[in-house]
Design a protein around this ligand. Structure first.
Ligand code: 26Q
Length: 801
């Protein structure tokens, strides 16, 4: 089909005419994108069919990854790359006068996620398919992904995102596979021959319609499936206001919740969660039963993973399906359920641990609540046996307590595996947050350090770096990313150092152009590109970065002999719309940028840029152009981080705390190739337990801190006096919960060291190469192999074939 550029051209023109009924001369670039997209999906559909047939014929164990978020970004570029048809398409299009890269820009990101957790799910799908694992995604087809961010007068403004406005060439709607999901009503219990029967009456029924997207493996003919569910009115609608019913139904899959830690008990959010798992579990069970295999063997043929607690109702839903609809006993159903399900925790922040008031839960999901109550009772009985009379321990471990349903407890009890996402995070779970559960179920706990797909984050995002790597060590690393280690022997090779430096400069040039176009700010391409891009959160400490920039500005302004290596500080971050403090930090960054960029005394040394609407596709442009990666969370707070890995793989040097996966990066590259600073997780935890931190001391004793804090309030910025009052208060009155002032001096020192180091171009390039060379461990291929082997028990069909 795509054997030569001629056949490609013919197909392309043909397809265009058939779809649009007009001649190619009249095409818009948007139509050209859609045409190519349709063609590529059709091209992949052969492999898609064959992959499904193969899985069926070999009755291999399948894994389903349930996630409330899949942050896919654009798909055309990676699909072309993975199918190995990029060059032929590019050449064919060129002869039609079309630039492939311009076409790629037409695609709107599928932004169905907030940040790390959603992007991780997308990287995992890529690795599953690329390593020939029978692994599929199950999620929600939100009509609107994460809001679009505009900056107006320095403030964040949110607009509804519209990724489906031009249709979605990658999806296939499968109305015939729709299932029904029930909410509300009540349960009637009857008794026939000693067996209890449960009837859910007066429920409101919603139709869940699957939209399947192909997940194309890298040059291996494997195409897995991402199934996204959309909520639609059911033919069994209630006899009430039809318009209202339609609207309430469609609301379920209308919006992605824009909150990634502050868990608010919104009924709609719980509805979304149950909608996802009920639809997903029914469809998996239906297709399993169609194969004619015994229900008692289910867990030997299917593994189901829940990405955080958001899909945890898969546990009681599966129990319900097995007991109420398949007539299994509680014990049989429990055995199958717990052996099927595994769970990943992504946070230790207590405000992010989900719990729901019984009143909301029971009214919305009456039958599911009964099942959860039963799980809780049986679990508490077991606890009582093991810990007689230890009331407090049992109360702390119960799934239902103080009128709340604790989702993390349900996840631990109802699954066979519980993992954290970096070593330090797993250790903290075992020793603190989930200590009691670890004591009771030590065998369930394990670590799976996160990873990122090197195909998108290196090959796709940074083709020039990929080329010079291939020139030195060949392409074996693409199948086996650990092989990037072979680059170590080129770390001191001046030719390779120059090549790495040159590629970085080219990428910096592109980013500088983009920044100029979008913000009007002209930046020095020779300056250090220092980047902090991630969600805006107090614990991620964008504020520490800002205060340090203010301090540099002060020194440049008032110390005549002080100079620094020119630096461009680049930020990108979305704040949750209701997170007042985070939004103030965005305003502060923009206010600082305004001040610094326009001061003739400093503008040659210092620039600050805030890039609006940070997204996957923007990340793909920023990360390859970065020299310094800011990973400066308060130790113990960032479960893993995955941005840190993306920057490392693209040759940026990390300045970071010993938190999350930074610890593992440090272990690999050592002090010579990374700048660490700040309190350790242990020190933070000790302060939290024993007190002893007083931020006023740092304010009074460190002149630098004193000055920058005063500047927040004293008219230094041209804003109203109270604009940054909350930030000021958080640091002093509220005793600086995230130890920003405590870590300031140590951070400044690390920054100074880094700045000097950059002047030695050869040394810096050497560090850069060492980071790339050691980054293979952080490929999500490694992560997925560990999940497959140690949790899911699935095998790669690469071995089967
Ligand atoms: C839950 C209920 C109600 C409303 C919102 C939520 C919600 C939604 C998203 C809670 C949390 C999230 C996302 C969390 C997240 O992205 N965590 C990050 O996960 C990454 C992948 O493991 C880690 O690398 C990061 O350290 C972690 O912060």
């Amino acid at each position: 089909m795509f054997t030569s550029k001629e056949t490609f051209k013919k197909r392309f023109l043909d397809k265009f005419e058939r779809v649009y009924g007009k001649s190619f001369e009249d095409s818009t670039i948007q139509e050209q994108y859609a045409t190519l997209g349709m063609l590529v999906r059709e091209y992949a559909s052969q492999d898609w069919i064959h992959t499904n047939e193969r899985y069926r014929a070999e009755s291999q164990k399948q894994v389903y990854y349930f996630s409330i978020e899949f942050l896919l970004g654009r798909l055309l570029g990676t699909n072309l790359m993975n199918l190995g048809i990029r060059d032929v398409c590019e050449a064919g299009l060129k002869e039609l006068g079309i630039s492939l890269s311009q076409i790629e820009e037409q695609e709107i990101d599928a932004g169905l996620g907030n940040g790390g957790l959603g992007r991780l799910a997308a990287c995992f799908l890529d690795s599953l398919a690329s390593m020939d694992y029978p692994g599929h995604g199950c999620g929600i087809r939100y009509k609107h992904g994460l809001f679009e961010q505009k900056i107006v007068n320095g403030y964040q403004v949110e607009l509804p995102e519209q990724w489906l406005r031009n249709g979605n060439v990658w999806e296939v709607r499968k109305a015939g596979l729709a299932v029904e999901v029930k909410f509300g009503g009540h349960v009637e219990v009857s008794n026939s021959n000693g067996k209890m029967n449960f009837h859910h009456v007066n429920a409101e029924t919603v139709s869940a319609v699957p939209h399947d997207m192909p997940v194309i493996g890298y040059e291996n003919e494997t195409v897995n499936t991402l199934r996204l569910w959309s909520a639609e009115p059911s033919p069994y609608r209630p006899d009430r206001d039809v318009m209202k019913y339609k609207q309430e139904t469609e609301a379920i899959s209308e919006f992605l919740y824009p909150d990634d830690t502050n868990v608010e008990g919104k009924i709609l959010r719980l509805k979304q969660q149950y909608f996802l798992v009920s639809a997903g579990m029914q469809s998996i069970l239906n297709s399993y039963l169609k194969t004619g295999q015994d229900i008692h063997d289910f867990h030997n043929h299917v593994a189901i993973h829940i990405n955080d607690t958001h899909p945890v109702l898969a546990i009681p839903e599966f129990m319900r399906l097995l007991i109420d609809e398949r007539n299994l006993s509680w014990e049989e159903a429990w055995h199958i359920t717990t052996n099927t399900i595994s769970y990943t925790n992504h946070t230790t922040l207590s405000e992010a641990l989900e719990q729901w008031p019984i009143s909301i839960f029971q009214n919305l999901l009456p039958r599911i609540f009964m099942v959860v109550e039963e799980i809780n009772e049986r679990f508490c009985m077991k606890l009582w046996k093991q810990y007689p009379n230890q009331w407090e321990r049992i109360e702390n471990m119960a799934i239902i307590a103080h009128d709340m349903v604790k989702m993390a407890h349900l996840a631990i009890v109802g699954s066979h595996s519980v993992n954290g996402v970096a070593q330090i995070h797993t250790d903290i779970l075992k020793k603190r947050e989930m200590k009691l559960f670890y004591e009771f179920y030590p065998e369930k706990f394990n670590n799976k350090t996160n990873g990122i797909t090197h195909r998108r984050w290196l090959m796709k995002a940074n083709p020039q770096l990929t080329d010079i790597i291939n020139d030195r060590i060949g392409t074996e690393w693409i199948r086996e990313p650990k092989q990037l280690e072979q680059l170590e022997k080129y770390a001191c090779d001046p030719n390779f150092q120059d090549a790495v430096y040159e590629v970085k400069q080219v990428n910096k040039h592109h980013l500088a152009e983009k920044i100029r176009q979008h913000t009007g700010i002209v930046i020095d391409e020779q300056s250090i590109f220092d980047v902090q891009v991630k969600r805006l959160h107090a614990y991620k400490r964008q504020l520490l970065n800002i205060l340090h920039i203010m301090h540099l500005y002060n020194r440049l302004s008032y110390e005549p002999n002080f100079t620094i290596t020119p630096r461009t500080f680049i930020f990108g971050a979305k704040a949750s719309p209701g997170y007042y403090y985070a939004k103030k930090i965005i305003k502060l960054i923009n206010t600082l940028a305004e001040k610094v960029n326009n001061d003739p005394r400093t503008k040659d040394y210092l620039k600050v840029v805030f890039l609006e609407n940070y997204s996957v596709s923007l990340a793909e442009e920023i990360i390859p152009a970065t020299n310094v990666s800011e990973q400066i969370s308060t130790a113990s707070k960032e479960a893993s981080g995955t941005g840190n890995m993306k920057f490392m793989m693209n040759g940026a040097i990390t300045i970071g705390t010993m938190d999350g996966a930074n610890v593992e990066i440090h272990e690999l590259v050592g002090d010579d190739n990374m700048f660490t600073f700040g309190l350790s997780a242990q020190e933070v935890l000790a302060y939290q337990q024993r007190g002893g931190y007083n931020s006023f001391e740092y304010y009074h004793h460190d002149k630098r801190i004193h000055q920058v804090l005063e500047q927040l309030m004293n008219g230094f910025f041209s804003v109203t006096d109270s604009e940054f009052e909350h930030i000021y208060d958080s640091l002093l009155i509220q005793n600086d919960e995230y130890y920003v002032l405590r870590d300031f001096a140590s951070y400044s020192d690390a920054q100074m060291k880094l700045s000097k180091m950059y002047e030695n171009r050869s040394k810096w390039s050497q560090m850069s190469i060492m980071n790339i060379a050691k980054s293979g461990v952080f490929s999500s291929d490694r992560t997925i192999r560990e999940y497959a082997e140690n949790i899911w028990g699935v095998t790669s069909s690469a071995y089967v074939r």
